[in-house]
Design a protein around this ligand. Structure first.
Ligand SMILES: *[C@@H]1O[C@H](CO)[C@@H](O)[C@H](O)[C@H]1NC(C)=O
Length: 763
């Protein structure tokens, strides 16, 4: 009840805010373009309200009903690839590591599955060697694959590169996987789910997100601010890979609720949602082993960090707990505001009188893997204390139940969903020091703590999980998801050129080589007052080449240099006149790959994108005239936050609906800042400020050669030009920001945007 009230209030708040923001931006836009009509404004506001009300809440599939309705016929084995950045063995601790390890081993035991683990941090191992791990998993019928290749031939933030390499591996893998499963954390599945949704790959695999923790969730609950501006991109990657997955499996209902109601809500209404508890491996065997209820040993059993309730525990220790002989902090240490958690703990306990004067032993055990840690608690007859402030579905609780270790935890997050009955002795209110103290004192008393059982028996949880996967693994038939084919879109290619006849010819040839119906293509070359000798001849040759290939072409020559922004607007206007579905822009030093148009129009058919942006293969031209591959330049698409700071939207070669571009006045071609760099970035910023549907096509679309003579970057790269280029974009963002937040927005943008920000030369 109280949860749904909170949800509604939050929704109301968000709704009101968005309307205010929207109306405000509209007002600003109206003032700016001087065409403000009050009646239109009201209509728009109402439309927004209707749209927001339509947002569908997620539904969770009832596992029993699902399994009954999908009785499994014995079929071929299902291949499952678990893509992970952490797995017990290579990784020492953590929920994701346990979840992937245990799931892999359960699947390996079951002959219905063929199991692969794609370990993405290779060659990094917290423990052991790749040979040892490969052997260990092989003994459990699991093929351990290390993500091949390295990260040095990419431009992009580290997690973008990793997520992209995952997609590349999966796309070219010789095994076809029925199920590809990745965790939400770090957005490993970002490009893979993007590509599938766009109809460019993975049509025969079910993409399954295992929901454990996003960075946003753990930053908020761990009371940490985002690490850098790249983190904004990571938040986006995680959120989108969750939304775009075919299937989501969450170990708790709580976490689905959280994802949908955070201030960056994820839409969970597409695809299928399951709540399936994490698995314990091996399944606990019933034991008649007597548990000693008496203990004088408290074990704080969690990572030694804020979210795990470390400070609540330290506070609770301030008042004397009678009967305590030893306190152990068992879990990996972290940094808390720049200080090691060990020293934070030490300085706290050393100031507690009853601990020092009674000679209570204080121990730190920070290097044990999860199995060894549990053994340690059992061997020392400890009471596990997990006073967490927020959890999705805590493994420590499952493990304490499985090993029948007495424990104390809190009502935060999904922990309660794992327990068969809630006793006030074991389960205290999260963050309540007094409650925790009461429970700790009770644990030291004669009767001790009562054992707790699982809400779903461990073997049932296992068979549910595996049966669901078997059904999902049979969903790879084309009927499940049929990507649309590219439609008969008409495409105008606009090439702006200035004094580079040799490369211009190659650019035009690459358009003529497009693996796309030539009668749907038109080329417009705008020559911006070139004076290079021979330019006339080259332009004539281009015309002949196009005629020979039966492609319509217009060659336009400017009398005076007009600069690229104006030329591009001009091309978009021709696109509007010609009623072209898309206008695609390239520079005269770009060479398109032959499948570019087909890929882009496939994405258009599947997403109805307003703007399609690309990735590029970048080359460096050597002094001897040869070109060598330098890197694949990555982008993120429409990740607004990070894109205000660095251009990760997409590369300069892009396609857009000309009418849509005209509606937001395209490139800045007439202000005092228009003659500055970041031409594409500025246009793309206007596109997202106007709520355009921007799609990144995550396959390289063209070859770009750095150090090309005269490229804009090399002409205008001084401090002055870069400042003006940034300012041009900042100005558009401020126009869409409520006035009372503008000084703050201005400060943030100017502080975070640094002229020295690394760029790979693609604006
Ligand atoms: C490996 O697979 C076989 C056949 O499915 C099974 O009998 C065996 O128990 C599995 N081994 C392990 C260690 O899971």
């Amino acid at each position: 009840m109280y949860k749904s009230m909170a949800y509604n209030m939050l929704k109301l708040l968000l709704l009101r805010k968005s309307i205010i923001l929207f109306v405000f931006s509209y007002l600003m836009y109206g003032l700016w373009t001087q065409q403000l009509f009050p009646s239109e404004m009201i209509e728009v506001a109402e439309e927004v309200e209707v749209r927001l009300k339509d947002v569908e809440r997620f539904r969770v599939i009832d596992t029993d009903k699902f399994l009954n309705a999908n009785r499994i016929q014995a079929g071929s084995r299902k291949s499952v690839c678990l893509v992970t950045a952490a797995i017990s063995g290579p990784t020492l601790s953590g929920g994701i590591a346990s979840a992937f390890h245990n799931l892999a081993l359960h699947l390996g035991e079951d002959e219905r599955f063929e199991v692969y683990v794609l370990y993405t941090p290779h060659p990094y191992y917290q423990s052991g060697t790749v040979t040892e791990h490969t052997r260990f998993f092989k003994e459990h019928n699991v093929t351990f694959i290390t993500l091949p290749g390295g990260s040095d031939k990419y431009y992009g933030s580290p997690l973008m590169v990793r997520s992209y390499r995952v997609m590349q591996y999966l796309l070219h893998a010789t095994t076809r996987f029925d199920i590809i499963s990745f965790h939400d954390y770090m957005g490993l599945g970002y490009y893979t789910t993007m590509l599938k949704r766009q109809g460019l790959g993975f049509s025969k695999s079910v993409l399954m997100a295992q929901l454990h923790s996003t960075l946003l969730w753990s930053d908020i609950l761990g009371e940490r601010s985002p690490k850098s501006y790249h983190t904004l991109g990571y938040y986006h990657m995680e959120k989108k890979s969750i939304e775009w997955a075919d299937v989501r499996i969450s170990p708790s209902r709580y976490y689905l609720d959280w994802l949908e109601s955070s201030f960056m809500p994820a839409r969970l209404s597409n695809g299928h949602n399951f709540v399936l508890h994490n698995l314990v491996y091996p399944l606990p065997t019933p034991t008649s082993e007597k548990i000693s209820k008496f203990s004088n040993h408290l074990v704080f059993f969690s990572r030694l960090e804020v979210r795990k309730g470390l400070f609540v525990f330290l506070q609770a220790l301030k008042k004397e707990i009678k009967g305590v002989g030893a306190i152990t902090f068992l879990g990996p240490k972290v940094n808390i505001d720049g200080e090691s958690s060990i020293s934070v703990i030490e300085s706290s306990v050393n100031s507690i009188e009853w601990i020092t004067s009674n000679g209570v032993e204080v121990n730190f055990v920070t290097d044990k893997g999860s199995a060894a840690a549990i053994q340690h608690i059992k061997a020392t007859n400890g009471i596990a204390v997990m006073p967490t402030l927020g959890e999705n579905s805590p493994y420590v609780v499952l493990e304490m139940i499985a090993h029948r270790v007495p424990f104390i935890t809190t009502n935060a997050g999904g922990g309660l969903e794992l327990i068969d009955r809630v006793s006030p002795d074991n389960i205290v209110r999260a963050g309540c020091v007094r409650c925790l103290y009461g429970s700790l004192q009770k644990a030291m008393s004669e009767n001790g703590l009562q054992p707790v059982g699982p809400s779903v028996p461990f073997d049932v949880a296992r068979s549910n999980y595996l049966d669901v996967l078997e059904v999902l693994g049979s969903w790879n038939e084309p009927a499940e998801i049929t990507p649309a084919k590219y439609g008969g879109y008409s495409v105008v290619f606009g090439i702006t050129s200035h004094d580079r006849p040799e490369t211009l010819i190659k650019a035009v040839e690459s358009v003529l080589d497009q693996d796309y119906d030539h009668s749907s293509i038109r080329i417009i070359v705008v020559d911006d007052a070139s004076t290079a000798p021979g330019i006339e001849k080259v332009l004539e040759k281009i015309r002949q080449l196009a005629v020979k290939e039966r492609v319509a072409i217009d060659v336009i020559r400017n009398e005076e240099n007009k600069f690229v922004a104006a030329n591009r607007n001009y091309i978009f206007n021709i696109g509007v006149e010609q009623r072209a579905d898309y206008v695609c822009l390239l520079d005269d030093d770009d060479v398109l790959y032959a499948d570019m148009t087909r890929n882009f129009m496939t994405v258009a058919a599947n997403t109805d994108a307003d703007v399609l942006v690309s990735l590029s293969d970048n080359f460096i031209s050597k002094s001897d005239g040869n070109r060598v591959f330098s890197h694949l330049s990555l982008a993120l698409g429409n990740s607004v936050g990070v894109n205000t700071i660095v251009n990760f939207i997409g590369k300069g070669t892009l396609c857009a609906k000309p009418k849509v571009v005209a509606s937001f006045r395209g490139h800045d071609a007439d202000s005092e800042l228009s003659n500055s760099p970041f031409v594409d970035w500025q246009m793309l910023t206007r596109a997202y400020l106007n709520n355009c549907n921007i799609e990144l096509v995550p396959l390289p679309a063209y070859r770009y050669t750095q150090n090309s003579k005269d490229s804009l970057l090399h002409e205008r790269n001084g401090r002055h030009d870069i400042f003006r280029g940034h300012m041009k974009i900042v100005r558009d963002i401020l126009a869409g920001t409520p006035e009372h937040l503008r000084d703050f927005m201005y400060y943030s943008l100017m502080k975070l945007r640094r002229p020295e920000l690394s760029s790979d030369g693609i604006f």
